[in-house]
Design a protein around this ligand. Sequence first.
Ligand code: ATP
Ligand code: MG
Length: 352
Amino acid sequence: MITQLTVSNLRNISDLSLQPISGINLILGENGSGKTSLLEAIHLLAMGRSFRTRTLKNAIQFEQQQLQITAKISGDIPVGLQYDKNKGLKIRLNRAPLKRLSELAMQLPLQFVPANCHQFFEKGPRYRRQLLDWGLFHVEPSFNFHWQAYKKIIQQRNAALRQHKPTSEIQLWDAHLVSHGDAITALRKQQLKKVLDQFSVLFARLCPEFSGAEFTLKYRNGWLKGSTLDLALSGSITRDQQLGYTRSGSHAADWSFKINDADPIEMFSRGQQKLFFLALCMVQASMAEHSNHDRSILLLDDISSELDQKHQQNVMQELTLLPVQTFVTATDFEFNNSEKMKMFHVERGQIR
Ligand SMILES: Nc1ncnc2c1ncn2[C@@H]1O[C@H](COP(=O)(O)OP(=O)(O)OP(=O)(O)O)[C@@H](O)[C@H]1O
Ligand SMILES: [Mg+2]
């Protein structure tokens, strides 16, 4: 969690400081005032990348040379990020240069819920895998070990396929790939079961219209149903050689929750789709807290888009109960103030 934040020269924010609370930080302001930019700053600091642009130069304020974000996180640990047009990106954690972005991700688990998050269902499997793996990364220490090893082996196997190496040489990788792949599949299914249990309860509270609904897990391994990874790899070697890459495996997995045996995209309205995604992120963020013993961060951009007042209230109510530090933006919002909520009014990139 973040206890102090300073942002300089990021989009329309020239110089801004705030002291967030551990509960809900509600950021209010007109269109174009800088609300999403403030979330972008937090995301950039925690993840080393923006959710809006791949070219960080675009996030630097017009006519400036560099942007800077500094923060104090739990335990009074300083974190600083600087992006300079010429010198590039520099991040310091606890006064030392950062070696790997995953060090920061460990310290500051963060989930971002975009305004258009109802599009979750239309996005590809990669997006859904990343969401699930984010949770596993923070909850299950062995997941990262298996996933890093798996990725390395896939890269080597694919390089061998591209170079038209003999079949026996390509298949040298398969036993290791299967052992890590099977471990990844088991961990993902185990995590999804836990998420599903909590999700069903939370979703019913966010969206009482569905309180009697039954949610079930749909998981695709990434290879032919009924087969094993071992058999899938040996059975598709000729196809992989033609394609020049490994098509089947844990890197091709996908998942969803079905509602009363139907796909949510067919059943849900847009607002309900947004609540579905939100509930997933809320559950995963709170699970990360339990394993890290520190609050993870949830960024929720534009709570009012797609949601009516009643459902916005439901979300805010559930957020106050969640052991997660949240930053919520809205153009205007009517909600009873509570000690678990602090409001910030943004005007032309400044807190008023
Ligand atoms: N590189 C930049 N330098 C200066 N200003 C910028 C830059 N990039 C974007 N802006 C401006 O920053 C302002 C803040 O944008 P932001 O998306 O944060 O607004 P917002 O408060 O989230 O608005 P909305 O309610 O419409 O979502 C906008 O006016 C935008 O045009
Ligand atoms: Mg915005």
